[in-house]
Design a protein around this ligand. Structure first.
Ligand code: APR
Length: 310
């Protein structure tokens, strides 16, 4: 393949992302993990599936970063996932150290890459990666909005019994309990759901979307969601690799947009070969603005908490 993506963390999200990247024949894939043998074993297993799946992406696994050199994109999924009863914020201290360490190592070998951060708590980890990499804001992007919007879209599809392909949805804000699903900007074949679904049913779907990750954690009991998170990260990577310029909700470093400055928050952005090529500014109602400000405040709290950590 012409392009190369390194996925750091060969666990549930990372290995699934590697599989999707290869099976869509988007790029060669390097899987990196701290556990000896795991990235090598999973990469070999995926490579042996290639003849059946009919793709020619090369996959390799490693415990060090040499093989990742000159990657176009780095997807960071390293860290610990949450267990039942834990919020994403409970992962802060552990994952902060891991993200800092892996980012510093990987950017030495791929100084021109674009970082897609998946590890939680997502928005805070974007701050860690931006600081550790020294990359400009266009090249550090958090995966959350695509996942949260996909969850909202899935629930809308279940409610109306229509194809998921007809549904687009928008969830902004931080990737936590205060995220902001926006029914006004969520449509079925172009028709806003506010014209199709009763307000109390929409409210129920909004709540289920906010708790979408926790619902899966409580079912799995031993870890968190990974199929949909991997799909979301790969959609972002595809838009960058193919320079598609898709508008996708992602965590972006804001410098005044939506009245927010110096903070990663989920907003619609245009993703192309340069990373974030544009931040789309939507006109929000007073209520929507208030919800977004509340969500940004929750992200700020985590960023402030990290500053007090060693
Ligand atoms: N360097 C490289 N890999 C690491 C490091 C490190 N310093 N520390 C941990 N890892 C690896 C682990 O060995 C493990 O294989 O990260 C992987 C994480 O995989 P899982 O435990 O399966 O977790 P997963 O479900 O993939 O979630 C990863 O994504 O969605 C978020 O909240 C989730 O923060 C979590 C992350």
């Amino acid at each position: 393949m012409n392009q190369k993506v390194t996925v750091i963390g060969a666990g549930n999200v990372g290995a699934t992302a590697a599989q999707r990247l290869a099976e869509k024949e988007l790029c060669d894939v390097v899987l990196v993990d701290i556990v000896e043998g795991v990235p090598q074993g999973k990469a070999l297993d995926l490579a042996q599936a290639a003849p059946v799946e009919k793709h020619d992406a090369h996959l390799i696994g490693a415990n060090t970063y040499e093989a990742s050199a000159n990657s176009d994109i780095i997807i960071i999924t390293a860290g610990i996932p949450r267990k039942p009863g834990m919020s994403r914020d409970d992962l802060l201290a552990t994952n902060k150290g891991i993200i800092k360490s892996v980012t510093k190592q990987v950017v030495q070998y791929s100084p021109k890459s674009i970082l897609i951060i998946v590890s939680n708590p997502l928005d805070a980890m974007c701050h860690v990666a931006m600081e550790a990499s020294g990359f400009p804001k266009q090249r550090v992007i958090g995966m959350a909005g695509v996942l949260d919007s996909a969850r909202f879209r899935a629930f809308i599809s279940m409610e109306l019994n229509v194809s998921v392909e007809n549904i687009s949805a928008l969830v902004m804000g931080g990737h936590g309990d205060t995220m902001v699903p926006l029914p006004r900007f969520s449509t079925v074949a172009g028709v806003p759901i506010t014209e199709l679904i009763l307000p109390e049913r929409i409210e129920a779907m909004v709540t289920r979307t906010r708790n979408g990750g926790a619902e899966i954690v409580s079912l799995l009991k031993t870890g968190s969601a990974y199929y949909a998170p991997a799909s979301a990260a790969v959609e972002m990577a595809e838009s960058i690799l193919k320079d598609k310029k898709k508008i996708l909700p992602c965590a972006a470093y804001l410098t005044g947009e939506y009245g927010i400055s110096g903070l990663f928050v989920g907003v619609p952005v245009k993703l192309g070969k340069n990373g974030i090529e544009q931040i789309i500014s939507l006109k929000l109602t007073a209520e929507e603005k208030k919800a977004l400000a509340k969500s940004a405040a929750a992200v700020q709290e985590l960023v402030d908490a990290m500053k007090k950590m060693p």
